[in-house]
Design a protein around this ligand. Structure first.
Ligand code: NAD
Ligand code: IPM
Ligand code: MN
Length: 356
């Protein structure tokens, strides 16, 4: 079982180090190999996703990814920016299905800005399409406006597009997931305005024919953003496109206490997967030893479950995370009155000890 570890930038190396500690503490035969990615790779080799890193990722059963990005690279050509590394990995490996579970642990009800009764027991799964939509649609670029009221002015444009099979396969992932949960799927779109969204809705309805046991609901994305904070527990599985899923998953993280708690799995059709926290490289706290490593540690649990068929080891990690929260240990992002403040490494060590 080979795992490629790509720490990346900012807090990436700090949080992946803790997840690797936890993985190594399990008695599993894991081959773990590390490679640079993002700005860290650009600094060494002039490219955010060097050939050797991509090769390693392709040859691994699973990838544990930290985070990439830093303001100091924001002036580079887009193709050389750190974020292209994660986008490139998703595209090269065909990781179209992004699972972003948002779970509110009982111990963290007080850490959220929302009222405890609104989020107690929250368990939703965001299924985000990850290799299409406006993130990857061509053409895109800058030009002189060819027509309209601003003809001749500088303009920029992107293209939002989805093909039927692309929507069909992500809809199936959502319906299958719902079958193992509370049998409800909310498809989020903007069908009242966007052609791609009306098509998305039509295709999801067609796929639903095969899933009569699942309740299907449609919701516009603006309303979904509001309902997520109004009554989050009304959701079970949310399926949506690349851009809407990006935004809604950051929003959902605050229902759980902190963005430092949300893991993710990005899967292709061969069960190969990339696992990463949903947050970024947090340059504002990088190097301070205060980042919450739990989203990354929980991503390692998802890795064991989804790509390595090690459900028992995954359960052990998730149990250990619950245990340290019960012990009252908190990084600053999830701290509340009466809890014990710890740093990144102390939190990782505590999870490792709690594995037993
Ligand atoms: P961010 O998620 O990095 O940070 C947003 C806020 O959340 C910051 O205040 C940060 O300190 C806090 N935060 C994030 N993770 C935390 C953790 N584990 N523990 C405690 N606090 C945490 O988003 P941003 O500031 O918009 O982006 C910073 C950089 O990260 C950008 O370059 C962006 O492109 C990149 N990014 C990368 C990924 C990825 O690699 N998949 C994801 C999102 C953003
Ligand atoms: C995420 C991030 C990425 C995205 C960026 C860094 C490309 O925000 O994984 O949520 O937008 O998908
Ligand atoms: Mn994001």
């Amino acid at each position: 079982m080979k795992i490629a570890v790509l720490p990346g930038d900012g807090i990436g190396p700090e949080i992946t180090a803790e997840a690797v500690k936890v993985l190594r503490a399990l008695d599993l035969k894991l081959e773990i190999e590390q490679a640079p990615v993002g700005g860290a790779a650009y600094d060494i080799s002039g490219h955010p996703l060097p050939e050797a890193t991509l090769k390693l990722a392709q040859s691994a059963d699973a990838i544990l990814f930290g985070a990439v990005g830093n303001w100091k690279y924001d002036q580079l050509d887009r193709a050389l920016r750190p974020e292209q590394a994660i986008l490139g990995l998703r595209k090269h490996l065909g990781l179209f299905a992004n699972l972003r579970p948002a779970l509110c642990y009982a111990e963290l009800q007080e850490a959220s800005r929302l009222k405890p009764e609104a989020i107690a027991g929250l368990d939703i799964l965001i299924v985000r399409e990850l290799t299409g939509g406006i993130y990857f649609g061509q053409p895109r670029g800058r030009r002189s406006s060819p027509d309209g009221a601003f003809k001749g002015a500088d303009e920029a444009y992107d293209t939002m597009r989805y093909a039927r099979p692309e929507i069909e396969r992500i809809a199936r992932v959502a319906f299958e997931a719902a079958r193992k949960r509370h049998k409800k799927v909310t498809s989020v779109d903007k069908a009242n305005v966007l052609e791609t969204s009306q098509f998305w809705r039509d295709v999801v309805i067609a796929v639903h024919q095969d899933y009569a046991d699942i309740e299907l609901q449609h919701m516009y994305v603006d309303n979904a953003a509001m309902q997520l904070v109004r009554e989050p527990k009304a959701f079970d599985v949310v399926v949506t496109g690349n851009l809407f899923g990006d935004v809604l998953s950051d929003e959902a993280s605050m229902l759980t206490g902190s963005i430092g708690m949300l893991p993710s799995a990005s899967l292709n059709d061969k069960k190969q997967g990339l696992y990463e926290p949903i947050h970024g490289s947090a340059p504002d706290i990088a190097g301070k030893g205060v980042a919450n490593p739990l989203a990354t540690i929980l991503s390692a649990a998802m890795l064991l479950r989804h790509s390595l068929d090690q459900a028992e080891a995954a359960d052990r990690i998730e149990g250990a995370v619950k245990a340290v929260l019960k012990q009252g240990l908190r990084t600053p992002d999830i701290a509340s009155d009466g809890t014990t403040r710890v740093g990144t490494a102390e939190m990782g060590d505590a999870v490792r000890r709690a594995l037993a």
